[in-house]
Every structure is written in C-alpha cells, then in structure tokens.
Write a protein that binds this ligand. Structure first.
Ligand SMILES: C[S@@+](CC[C@H](N)C(=O)[O-])C[C@H]1O[C@@H](n2cnc3c(N)ncnc32)[C@H](O)[C@@H]1O
Length: 396
C-alpha cells in the first residue's frame, strides 16, 4: 500500500524546504536493515514530514527502472506500480503525435509526459486529488499540458483523442473482469461513442468476449507481456485487428500485425526450436511471425516454432535429439550427454517441469534445454542447447 500522501504533503515536497529535505534524506542508505534507524533520524530532523520524505526517496530510487527523467518526480507506491513504463508510453504517444489528446485517468502523469513531447495539446484528468497534484509537480514547465479533476465517465473535452488506463485493482485485489476496473471498461467505452479512443487493459483480457471493432495491440517489454491496448477504428489501419509490439528497454524492437502474411509450410522439425515472444503468442500472431522469419510450426495447435535459423533478438534452442516422452528414455539420454543444469520448457502437455527435473536427476556437467510438447497428439521431447538472443534490429 505504502504511505498515503495528502495534497499538503505534495505541496511541502515540491517547496524549496521540501526539495532541500529530500536531498538530505537521499544521502541515507534507506535499506531494509537501516530503515528504522534512518526513519528515526529523519523524524528528529523533519518531524511529521518524515514518512512522506522517506517514501518519496524510496520510490524515486525504484522509479528509475521504469520511468525516464523522473528523478525529481512525486509518486505514491500504487501510482508508481500502475504507471506505464516510459518505453511503452512513448510508443503509444508516437502513434498519436500531432493530435490533441485527453488522458482521462492520468494519475501522476507517466503517459502525459510522453504525450506532451509529441502532441500540441494534452489534457490530463483524474479523480484522485493527491495524484493530480503530483502530476502538476511532475509536469511543471510543460506548457502544452492542462490538468483538471474530472470523472472519466463524464466527458469534459471535445474533439481530442481520449486515452484511458483503468485501474486493475478492485477492493485491493487485482481483477481481470472489465466491469470491475476503475472506471469500468464497458461504462468508459459507452461514455465516448464515436470518439477516437485508446484504452490500456490487462493482457489477460478475454479479447473474444469483447466486441471491439478496432485494433487490439498486445505489448511486451523485455520479454514480459505488459498490456493490451484497444485502439478504436479511427486510430488504426482498417486491415489490422491484432498487433504485437515487442519492445525492450534498450530500444524498440519490432511490431507485427495480422495484416501481414501467415502462409507457412508444414514440414518436419528444423535445426532449431523458437519460442516466440509472449506478445506474439497472446496476439494470436504465431503464424505471421513464422512467415516473416521463414519458420514453421512444430504442430498447428502449439505456439513453438521451428526452422533452420533463429530470428535476431530471439532465443533459439538447437535440436540435438528428438525423443519419445518417456522418463526412462530421457534419463538415459541425459546421462549419455553428461547433462547437468537442465531447463525444461513445456507447452501443450501436462508436465510439471520442477517435478520432472527432480525425477530425472541430471548429475552431469553440461547445460541443456528440454523442450516438451506434443506433435500430432504425441508427447515429444527435444533435447537442445540454448543460445543467447542476438541483439534485435531497431525497426519500429
Ligand atoms: C492505472 S492508473 C493510470 C496510470 C497512468 N496511465 C500512468 O501511466 O501513470 C488509473 C487511474 O484512474 C483513476 N480513476 C479511477 N476511476 C476514475 C474515474 N472514474 N475518473 C477518472 N479517473 C479515475 C485512478 O485515480 C488512477 O489514478
């Protein structure tokens, strides 16, 4: 939960006295081990402001991994967790460059900051007073940003693109139910009929139950699927209903859509097995990805791909052996290869990798990867060596 900041806290933290105090507090270690000692010291020095000061320094240190240029920002713990990472916010903003945009759930302004770089006019609104005053601090000096307190369900702007990021927590718990988001997704969409709108949602959302006529983009960052974004028809290419955007903190890598070809051959497994990025899988673009990179599927119902080369930026597994999935066979093969550290990847079969590793007890010295899947309904294992990903091309 973290400390509950008031508007008065925010005013103090942004004042010359607060800024000086934050500089002093930032000299402290503030580790778990030193926390009580540091807090007592800050209390002696700054009285009732101690908790707000310590929490702000702690959150600023954490924020660096997610947000660019936020070294002097103010956050609440929840707001930082909910904030869109800069890399992802920047990609979304790039699609809206040149448009006037209203972020109707702006929180502390992580998306606003990126929109303000490329859009002529940006409005941010939210219902939370403390977050709004933090956004005012964080975006001070951005002359094209206007902040206001407003309910996202009651439109207060006209003619702008609307972007929204409903909170995924209800009653302190994470929810995947669109109706339990804050604000609820169905109400939000109903509030802006005919408007160009982009809504950030959880990637676990059931797309098929959502009657969405525009594009659904699934975004991953550094290998983890982070969000799905619904883009209304006016903001998307009519030929595109699904997009995967695979990004990395080192720079954007690639985007793929269902408007691209998905014709792939049916062939025996090649030299390599490739596990496509989760955004590609979640967006249902495994065949499109395969077609783009000259790969094919191990089985039409399974998301593992195979081929004779590994796409840049992707981890591949070089196939040494194709085996029946039988513990006795596997144990003998692992022993023959002097297998030690064993990574087990499973898709399409009921196998618990940790349990299987304990059963197989590899005791050799060489690292291997075992890919277990089914081909034509037959459980099959591939003994592989893994290679690290080559750097991705910067093509976004
Ligand atoms: C997930 S956060 C948004 C994070 C933001 N996109 C960012 O990157 O920092 C959701 C925000 O929606 C706000 N909110 C919830 N219900 C709202 C409503 N009906 N109207 C306006 N804001 C609302 C919450 O106060 C919260 O700040």
């Amino acid at each position: 939960m973290g400390y509950g900041f008031s508007r008065e806290d925010v005013a103090y933290l942004g004042s010359p006295a607060g800024i000086a105090a934050l500089t002093e507090v930032d000299r402290l270690e503030l580790t778990q081990a030193s926390h009580l000692r540091d807090l007592a010291r800050v209390r002696r020095e700054y009285g009732d402001s101690a908790a707000a000061l310590v929490e702000t320094v702690r959150l600023r240190r954490k924020a660096g991994a997610k947000l660019a240029d936020a070294g002097d920002w103010l956050f609440t713990d929840d707001a930082l967790q909910q904030a869109t990472p800069t890399v992802v916010a920047r990609q979304r903003a790039a699609r809206l460059a040149g448009r006037a945009v209203h972020d109707v759930t702006c929180s502390i302004g992580a998306e606003l900051a990126e929109l303000a770089r490329v859009c002529p006019a940006v409005i941010g609104s939210d219902l939370d007073d403390a977050r709004l005053s933090m956004a005012a601090h964080n975006l001070a000096g951005r002359r094209n940003v206007l902040l206001a307190k407003a309910d996202a369900l009651v439109p207060v702007s006209r003619g702008t693109v609307v972007i929204a990021d409903p909170a995924r927590r209800a009653d302190g718990k994470r929810t995947h139910d669109p109706a339990k988001l804050q604000p609820p997704l169905p109400d939000l969409l109903a509030a802006y009929p005919g408007r160009d709108i982009a809504v950030k949602c959880a990637p676990g959302l059931d797309f098929d139950r959502l009657d969405w006529s525009g594009e659904i983009e699934v975004v991953s960052l550094d290998g983890a699927v982070r969000e799905a974004c619904l883009w209304s028809a006016g903001l998307s290419d009519p030929a595109v209903t699904r997009r995967a955007t695979v990004s990395s903190s080192a720079g954007p890598s690639f985007t793929l859509t269902d408007a691209e070809p998905d014709d792939i051959p049916e062939q025996e497994p090649g030299d390599w097995i490739i596990d496509p990025d989760g955004a590609v899988v979640r967006a249902g673009l495994v065949r499109h990805y395969a077609a783009k990179h000259g790969l094919w599927q191990l089985d039409p119902r399974i998301a593992y791909l195979t081929g004779n080369a590994v796409p840049p930026g992707t981890r591949g597994f070089r196939v040494l052996d194709r085996l029946d999935y039988r513990e006795k066979t596997l144990r003998a093969e692992l022993r023959r290869h002097d297998c030690g550290p064993l990574e087990i990847l499973v898709r399409g079969v009921e196998v618990d990798p940790d349990k299987l590793r304990r059963t197989l007890k590899p005791q050799g010295t060489q690292p291997f990867t075992l890919v277990i899947t089914r081909i034509d309904r037959t459980p099959t294992a591939f003994l592989c060596t893994a290679i690290a990903a080559a750097p991705p091309p910067r093509t976004l």
